[in-house]
Design a protein around this ligand. Structure first.
Ligand SMILES: Nc1nc2c(ncn2[C@@H]2O[C@H](COP(=O)(O)OP(=O)(O)OP(=O)(O)O)[C@@H](O)[C@H]2O)c(=O)[nH]1
Ligand SMILES: [Mg+2]
Length: 213
């Protein structure tokens, strides 16, 4: 089936330590199931999805899933370019993965676009539902860190499908809202060209609510 018309093609990037569940989250969101192929991501992979946002607007998300291992750093950081949104994922049961979030944010600042919208995601909350003693990062601590660093924040489970859709679509909505308001102003036209892909294969849609109403 052909894609519905969309306003923008938005590049989103998934980063965070190895094993925190980036690939599981992406597969859950895109395919509504867990990945058939298990194991660490080699380099980068991407998937696309057209979405009618809750508050209006239609976007095509191009979501890049990166390898968390240091070995692929040169390849993955090259893909930060032109990303307008990022999910920085940690595992709520492994404290080090949360402590490394700062390093991932530094990477984004170094290689990413200014003004990128970032969501901090504490994954694997299903594990702490049954056994709260497994939790190594409290919700309060992560929320405080997110507020201080101007990040959106949510906890998730790819396995039990908790908050997955909400996380991706809140990020896309925020990117859409920020960019749409900026783009109404003439002087931001150059920035628009840099931050938002205008898909060359598609004529620009005039009606952004074509599949939202
Ligand atoms: N309990 C639980 N386990 C999860 C969840 N998401 C992922 N996992 C487990 O974590 C393992 C690693 O998940 P991946 O999605 O491959 O991790 P990744 O972040 O993509 O890792 P790299 O590709 O190496 O960077 C999986 O094999 C699952 O067993 C979750 O929400 N809950
Ligand atoms: Mg992966």
């Amino acid at each position: 089936m052909a894609d519905p018309e969309y306003d923008y093609l938005l590049k989103i990037i998934l980063i965070g330590d190895a094993g925190v569940g980036k690939t599981f989250l992406l597969s859950r969101y895109i395919n509504e199931e867990l990945p058939r192929k298990k194991g660490p991501t080699i380099g980068v992979e991407f998937a696309t999805k057209s979405i009618c946002l809750a508050n209006g607007g239609v976007v095509k998300a191009q979501i890049w899933d990166t390898a968390g291992t240091e070995r692929f750093k040169a390849i993955t950081s090259a893909h930060y370019r032109k990303s307008v949104g990022a999910l920085v994922v940690y595992d709520v049961t492994v404290r080090d993965t949360f402590l490394h979030v700062k390093k991932w944010l530094d990477e984004l600042r170094e290689h990413g676009e200014p003004g990128i919208v970032v969501t901090l995601v504490g994954n694997k909350v299903d594990l702490v539902k049954d056994d709260p003693s497994l939790r190594q990062v409290t919700t309060e601590e992560a929320q405080k860190f997110a507020t201080k660093n101007d990040l959106l924040f949510e906890e998730s489970s790819a396995i039990e499908d908790i908050n997955v859709k909400l996380i991706f679509e809140n990020l896309l909505q925020k990117v859409y809202d920020v960019k749409s308001s900026e783009f109404t102003d003439e002087k931001y036209n150059e920035k628009k060209k840099r931050l938002v892909y205008q898909d060359p294969s598609k004529p620009q849609s005039k009606d952004s609510s074509s599949c939202c109403n």
